[in-house]
Ligand binder design. Sequence first.
Ligand SMILES: NC(=O)c1ccc[n+]([C@@H]2O[C@H](COP(=O)([O-])OP(=O)(O)OC[C@H]3O[C@@H](n4cnc5c(N)ncnc54)[C@H](O)[C@@H]3O)[C@@H](O)[C@H]2O)c1
Ligand SMILES: C[N+](C)(C)CC=O
Length: 489
Amino acid sequence: MTIKQQFIDGKWVHSNSNKVRKIINPFNQEVIAQVTESDETDAKAAITAARKAFDKGVWSSTPATDRGQIVYKIADFIARDREELAELESLDTGKTMEESRGDMDDIAGVFRYYAEAADKDGGEIIDSPIPNSVSKVVREPVGVCGQITPWNYPLLQASWKLAPALAAGNTLIMKPSEITPLTSIKVFELIEEAGVPSGVANLVLGAGNTVGAEMSVNTDVDLISFTGGIETGKKIMQAASVNVKKIALELGGKNPNVIFADADFETAVDQAMNAVFFHAGQICSAGTRLIIEESIHDDFVSALVDRVKNITLGNGFDEATQMGPLISEEHLNKVINYVEKGKREGATVAIGGKRPEDPKLQDGFFYLPTVITDCTTDMSVVQDEGFGPVITVEKFTTEEEAINLANDSIYGLAGGVWTKDIAKAERAVAKMRMGTVWINEFNLYFPHAPWGGFKQSGIGRELGKPGLDEYQETKHIFHNLKPESMNWF
Ligand SMILES: NC(=O)c1ccc[n+]([C@@H]2O[C@H](COP(=O)([O-])OP(=O)(O)OC[C@H]3O[C@@H](n4cnc5c(N)ncnc54)[C@H](O)[C@@H]3O)[C@@H](O)[C@H]2O)c1
Ligand SMILES: C[N+](C)(C)CC=O
């Protein structure tokens, strides 16, 4: 098996550590690839390459239209290699091929969106308070950007960082999750093929506490953009303070899905399942907190449990599979402990709550889709991000109570409301403290709409115009056309 390499200063190279990491298929624990394990010295080399490339201006001085065309080529190559990329993503994460193919389409769309945005903002002239002067505002790249991504949506989360950073003229170092690097490696081959100059886009592979920590603390890095867990986010924020780096943090969520009694019952049940069981619940915006109006609570839970019984677990490459495994044994144990703690706190497992017994699933990190009832807002299952196929159910009787429950979280990433009453929906979402709120929808995202969290779900936004702004500095240029002495001193 060939050892996949890191990409530094336009060259595919082995790491200085000479260590190799095995990449595992979570469906059956087979080794699917071997990758070089970068260390701090590799991170430093990649940062130096990105710094030199930025300081030379090779990319930032390329006309924005030309940069956009190169970013467009990356989108085209992703569309061309869609099936290969989707296969790599499913092998690496265990998600179904249908989900991975959808991800690849979204990813190509993100590169296209930022390719088109690249040359659309030529700055602006603003009104000057001084006669005979010109006052203008221009947007410039931030500089060297460190980008650190998680394992659940490996290439999708990478695309939200790579595409705007390149379109805006930055140089960058990307570190994908050490568990799921395969599609990021492949996309760097496409970045090379598209003609991004050497040193502009660099890829390092390896662990967070070595490579990621170096990227966060290194003073040659001007911005760090991170997607991952809240505890890692706090460490990165602290490390980044060393040179007051710009930071963008996309962290976790504990997302409420509020069902009013007047909602379309069948659709709300169906979508409550999609909200949480896609990718086995390993989604930052998963609708893991179901908050149901008391009058329909029992019927809703019973309908949900009936449907959950029929979810087909299996290999993401099997067309019949609806839900794949969790990412790793370590993560499976976290989910098991999370549910057990909920039971000890008095919650009831209505269905699931254990590993499947099917002999065909024993080599994979599977956990049954789980519905937990009798939940109260003080329970850890309701407050902590479980990041598994587990939904908790709470009840409410008034609109105000529903909103209070929905907002009772340290997180504020996303949430949904189901009702046919338009005014009630608008009143509810206006009070929900989250970066994205859906009315009669859940988990939808697209390149034009910003994504990010209120409260401890993060800082900054990805996607849309704000996702490009993150990678730009704003400069005010004031030009006095008729300078005169002030004669003050
Ligand atoms: N808000 C969003 O858009 C969004 C999207 C996807 C995932 N997430 C969150 O990601 C989490 C799951 O991903 P994960 O388990 O990979 O998260 P994680 O925090 O464990 O790891 C994320 C990345 O950070 C790196 N890392 C770990 N320690 C580091 C350190 N000390 N310094 C620098 N980098 C370090 C890892 O190697 C990995 O590349 C969940 O909490 C989920 O909600 C959020
Ligand atoms: C941001 N999203 C929904 C694509 C993946 C979150 O884990």
